[in-house]
Design a protein around this ligand. Structure first.
Ligand SMILES: *Cc1c(COP(=O)(O)O)cnc(C)c1O
Length: 387
């Protein structure tokens, strides 16, 4: 069965992007391929809004997080890690796996990290060598105040490593303007491509950190030094140490062209529009949102469970009757929330209407009285976009 993906990643990819995946597989080196590769890096730098070095690393986003933490820091060093949900905790777990001492900057689930808290933690921890945070905590749909957090790290002269896996391309994140030293994302969330590629930008200060130590201590493949070495040594024909998944990169190039043709601001606006359409519609049918206010992300929406039915009933109904997939809560939020993603086709009018109508139908089947069309109020209170 073909499902409509309303999960917070991967998202449903446009046919034009999928068609690029199906092209004859090009070789991953040589002059023709280098043109594709260079164009793709150039487009990525526009979306990252950076002039920093940028690498396309085959693998999941976690591979690039591993690479960042392992390359900038050494065993025994201290890193401050933001934790207000599952992916923040995961970031700390990756740091600990490198033998780093993790000092947590914690906030309750559903609340953002506090830049003043970061200042206090750094006052207490003069030995801290870096800060690592998640931008969009996908588990709760809180968008952390990255610009302010980065400013604090910057004040102290410390590099900041950012898990922007579910945010880059979906919300403003000007890497250079905000002084993000290492910015990690993937192809399969707001960049609206199939999974398979991690993307990482590296600032001059991040390189200084990498070069503080003579020896390379944490392996070869996921070491930024290895990638820099090949970007220089084999610059004109094969500027990376391994075989790249060329079809994934062809797809990424198409998607990046589409994003830049739409315009970054227009893209962010489309996600905002989709998010408010979902929120207003669900609220009109009696749901409460898990995150309110300026920290509620436009990339995904977490909705509270309610007393009349279990979250799983709704999730199964949407999948079985409408082929629509939404996510439940993970970890301690299991059964307490469900999450709706606004990436890819989920941010288009026909998809939104189908999803909202399906929820309305489910509630009616549960015996709740919902005024006909209540679910669509968010689509009518806002200029409908022709996407
Ligand atoms: C999806 C996601 C991850 C995990 O990415 P992988 O590609 O599975 O390693 C990490 N962090 C955040 C914020 C995410 O949304």
């Amino acid at each position: 069965m073909r499902y409509k993906l309303f999960i917070p990643g991967p998202c449903e990819v446009d046919e034009e992007v999928l068609a690029a995946m199906g092209q004859p597989t090009p070789r991953h080196y040589g002059p023709e391929w280098m043109e594709v590769f260079r164009e793709t890096i150039g487009l990525l730098k526009q979306v990252f809004q950076t002039q920093n070095d940028l690498f396309i690393v085959p693998g999941a986003g976690s591979a690039a997080l591993d690479m960042a933490l392992g390359s900038l820091l050494r065993e025994g060093e201290t890193v401050v890690v933001g934790n207000n949900g599952f992916f923040g905790e995961r970031l700390g777990t990756i740091a600990q796996a490198h033998g780093l001492r993790v000092v947590w900057l914690a906030a309750p689930e559903g609340k953002p990290l506090d830049p003043d808290d970061l200042r206090r933690v750094l006052d207490r921890e003069p030995e801290a060598k870096a800060v690592a945070v998640v931008h969009h905590e996908t588990a709760t749909t809180v968008l952390n105040p990255l610009r302010e957090l980065a400013a604090v790290a910057n004040e102290r002269g410390l590099p900041i490593i950012v898990d922007a896996i579910s945010s880059l391309g979906g919300v403003p994140l000007p890497v250079d303007e905000w002084h993000i030293d290492v910015c990690v994302t993937v192809a399969n969330k707001c960049l609206e491509c199939p999974p398979g590629l991690a993307l990482v930008s590296v600032s001059p200060r991040a390189w200084e950190w990498v070069d503080r130590h003579e020896e390379q201590t944490h392996g070869w493949y996921l070491s930024l030094r290895t990638w820099r070495e090949y970007a220089t040594k084999w610059a004109d024909w094969h500027p990376y140490p391994v075989t790249l998944p060329t079809n994934n990169i062809l797809a990424l190039r198409v998607s990046l062209r589409r994003i830049l043709a739409e315009g970054l601001e227009a893209r962010y606006e489309r996600y905002r529009w989709a998010a408010q359409a979902v929120r207003q519609g669900l609220k009109a049918m009696g749901f409460e949102m898990f995150v309110e206010g300026s920290f509620a992300s436009p990339i995904a929406t977490a909705v509270k469970a309610r007393s009349e039915f279990k979250v799983d009933e709704l999730v199964h109904y949407l999948a079985k009757e409408h082929g629509i997939l939404v996510s439940g809560g993970i970890g301690p939020l299991h059964g307490k929330i469900f999450r709706v993603g606004h990436m890819g086709k989920a941010s288009t009018l026909p998809y939104l209407m189908e999803f909202l109508f399906a929820v309305e139908e489910f509630l009616r089947k549960k015996g709740l009285e919902i005024p006909p069309g209540a679910s669509l109020v968010g689509l009518t209170h806002y200029a409908v976009r022709d996407t």
